[in-house]
Design a protein around this ligand. Structure first.
Ligand SMILES: [Fe+2]
Ligand SMILES: [Fe+2]
Length: 369
């Protein structure tokens, strides 16, 4: 797809990263931790086919692909936005959705690579088993997002430089726990919240369905990271835990403050500096981005990376309150499929019965807060 719909030619944006790490074999085929093996069983049972499960014949209006309120657009209310004619606002909606789904797509490729690296580097076989199911999940996510961009939006953006820098740090670190921490806890935790916002706010059924089904898998991936790190981190020295906390603090600030949509404003030939400044100063947008930490904060607390530095950073970001969030509750919410999304199922009844989880019984987190 890429050569036709990208805002930059892929020849200019290809990427190769030296990635350290030691390949670990294990001859212990007998023992396995129950919770990890249960997750592995779930991973096997809940495989789905993106080509069949999602009804790709659903239309998408390119002028308003997701049908979310304009208030969700980063520059909504800015001088630039106020100057725009209806045709240009439609373009902003199209490009914003393409940018967002492109970052999902590139992040998913990062997850595919990280999951396969975990298979290689993690010492225990039960973790290798589970990570192997995640590899397949991530390939499916890459398939779904790339198809959505190619067939429905016909526009894609290169990877955001800040997401790229974060992925670079995660992939080039040879320590297996850093792959988990960077990918399963931070990047996937943030992605899970972002997918949830679209699943719960979008009115276009296809956009909702793609995110709802991907979310179900992601909830297992975040759980996998939690299980693995919860066992490891209490065994590390304080200095080793401090180093990881510092990495998290830096990554969280980056994820909150640096995704200003700069590429969109430059591509559309707007006054990019004015747009970025507006986004950086916008309290609404900052609060909205803060919501994206609803998974990360309780997960870091749960795995034992919650020292004074990290708490101070989260207090400064106004997201410390999320430490009280019940992770099990959030994960149950991630498993739900909204009615509009469920109605786009294209598969047979048997497949549906086996794979569709129960409907949510309470309002989603994004509406309840
Ligand atoms: Fe994924
Ligand atoms: Fe994932």
């Amino acid at each position: 797809m890429s050569t036709r719909i990208y805002t930059l030619p892929i020849e200019e944006t290809g990427w190769h990263v030296p990635s350290g790490g030691t390949t670990a074999f294990s001859w212990d085929y007998d023992e396995g931790r129950d919770r990890l093996l249960t997750l592995y069983e779930k991973g096997k049972k809940r495989q789905w086919n993106a080509a069949e499960r999602i009804d790709w014949s659903q239309p998408v209006d390119i002028d308003d692909p997701l049908g979310t309120p304009d208030e969700a657009i980063a520059i909504y209310g800015s001088p630039t936005w106020e100057r725009l004619r209806p045709r240009e606002r439609a373009q902003v909606r199209h490009h914003t959705a393409a940018w967002q789904f492109s970052q999902f797509l590139h992040g998913e490729q990062g997850a595919l690579i990280c999951a396969s690296k975990i298979v290689q580097t993690v010492p225990d076989l039960d973790s290798k088993f589970y990570a192997a199911t995640q590899v397949m999940d991530e390939a499916r996510h890459v398939e779904a997002y790339s198809r959505y961009l190619r067939e429905k939006l016909e526009l894609a953006y290169p990877i955001n430089p800040h997401l790229k820098a974060l992925l670079n740090d995660v992939i080039s670190d040879g320590r297996w726990d850093m792959t988990y921490l960077g990918m399963q806890v931070l990047i996937e935790g943030l992605a899970l919240a972002a997918f949830g916002v679209i699943r719960d706010m979008a009115t276009n059924p296809l956009g909702r369905a793609v995110n709802a089904y991907v979310m179900q898998d992601e909830a297992r991936h975040v759980a996998f990271g939690r299980l693995a790190l919860r066992d490891l981190y209490p065994q590390l020295t304080q200095a080793e835990r401090d180093e990881r906390e510092e990495f998290c603090v830096e990554a969280c600030y980056l994820m909150r403050d640096r995704f200003t949509g700069e590429e969109i404003w430059r591509t559309l030939d707007f006054d990019a500096d004015e747009c970025i400044e507006y986004v950086e100063r916008s309290d609404t947008f900052r609060q909205f981005r803060g919501m994206l930490f609803s998974r990360i904060v309780p997960t870091l607390r749960d795995i034992g990376l919650f020292g004074p530095k990290i708490q101070a950073a989260f207090a400064d970001m106004g997201v410390l309150g999320f430490e009280q969030v019940d992770i099990e509750d959030l994960m149950a919410n991630a498993q739900s499929i909204p009615r509009a999304a469920a109605s786009t199922l294209a598969c047979g009844a048997n497949d549906r019965a086996a794979n569709t989880p129960r409907m949510p019984s309470r309002p989603s987190w994004s509406r309840s807060r």
